[in-house]
Design a protein around this ligand. Structure first.
Ligand SMILES: [Zn+2]
Ligand SMILES: [Zn+2]
Length: 360
């Protein structure tokens, strides 16, 4: 499989970001990003999808949107929408109806920053997802780069420290989101996990501080969603768009924190009696399934089964495990960086079913 490093969830001048699409693309090319999925608030910016090039590297920029009900205070329930190719923010007042409309237009929907904290120092509300009774969404944003700043900056000192030294606050996805994700998948639903930047590149001006928090280029070097696709980008917009959205829809993806070390090359595969599976796919148990995990660096690696660690490896690059239990399997990898253990890779699950019907 080919791997496309995808940075998603960012804002431009069309909503509350500070850059143009062209500036975002230029910054992303410097970080070797392959795909940018730009999501302005309640606005689908049309006719801007296309390619940008630097030397031999090609970047595909596609627009979706981040929809929320503007009349709701505080504005909870943000939904990332990709591929619907239609302005759907008019349905924002009813989350289930909005998700249904996204499906109707063959789009993908992800619950954005499902759990996050308020940041009273800068009058930022808690804008978590609250309508948990909804169904039919594609997945959730397991790790949101900017949300983590809000969660980890519990006082003024930490907030200012993190603004000047952002590489310290990225530790891992919110544990409540991870728990919710496990609950949903264990209940038999395929729920795709993605990692987003929520990049705004806002300028702050306080008495002693004038600074961009955080430049787009910085966001592009940290939380990326790595998509596994049949081929590299072809240069044909329709073909590539379809390929990118299909990988996202299927969950053929992992979330990489590319700051401590590049995560490119990570793989989590399963081999059954007559079948193989990659992340996002299902496989039948039959006589047993063998997992293989390939890591770009030696690290701590956990195999998770139905939300619980079943095996931990330390300092290995290739890990294998045989199971005779059905259920939802996924991988978490950790690296030590800047004095503490940090989440490095979160895979999407491989679903091991008892029978061909796909029942876990
Ligand atoms: Zn949001
Ligand atoms: Zn956002």
């Amino acid at each position: 499989m080919n791997e496309l490093i995808t940075n998603l969830h960012m804002h431009t001048l069309y909503s509350d970001g500070s850059g143009t699409h062209q500036q975002l693309a230029k910054a992303a090319l410097k970080q070797n990003i392959d795909v940018l999925l730009v999501t302005d608030h309640n606005l689908l910016v049309e006719n801007i999808n296309g390619y940008y090039k630097k030397d031999r590297h090609k970047l595909l920029l596609l627009t979706g949107e981040e929809i929320h009900d503007k009349s709701r205070i505080p504005p909870k329930n943000h939904l990332l929408v990709f591929g619907a190719e239609k302005e759907l923010c008019t349905f924002a007042d009813h989350t289930q109806n909005l998700i249904n409309q996204v499906k109707r237009y063959n789009g993908l929907s992800f619950l954005a920053h499902p759990f996050e904290e308020a940041l009273p120092q800068v009058h930022e509300d808690d804008i978590s997802w609250v309508d948990w009774e909804v169904t039919g969404f594609t997945g959730l944003e397991l790790w949101n780069h900017l949300s983590e700043l809000k969660t980890r900056s519990t006082n003024w000192f930490l907030l200012i420290f993190h603004i000047f030294f952002p590489y310290f606050f990225t530790v891992g996805p919110d544990s409540r989101t991870v728990q919710k994700w496990d609950q949903l998948t264990m209940n038999g639903r395929k729920v795709v996990a993605i990692g987003g930047s929520d990049a705004h590149a806002l300028e702050i001006k306080k008495t002693f501080i004038k600074r961009i928090v955080f430049p787009y280029a910085y966001h592009f070097s940290v939380i990326n969603t790595h998509l596994l696709t049949p081929t590299p980008l072809t240069g044909d917009l329709l073909t590539d768009k379809k390929m990118v959205y299909q990988a996202l829809a299927d969950g053929k993806a992992f979330i990489g924190n590319d700051l401590p070390a590049p995560t490119k090359g990570f793989r989590f595969n399963a081999q059954g009696t007559n079948q193989t599976a990659i992340m996002g796919e299902s496989i039948v148990l039959q006589n047993g399934v063998t997992f293989q995990i390939n890591l770009p660096e030696k690290c701590e690696c956990n195999l998770i089964h139905n939300g619980k660690i079943v095996k931990t490896w330390n300092k290995q690059k290739i890990c294998t495990y045989i199971t005779k239990e059905p259920g939802v399997y996924r991988v978490e990898a950790y690296l030590n960086y800047l004095g503490r253990k940090r989440a490095w890779i979160f895979s999407n699950p491989i679903y091991v079913s008892q029978t061909h019907s796909g029942v876990l």
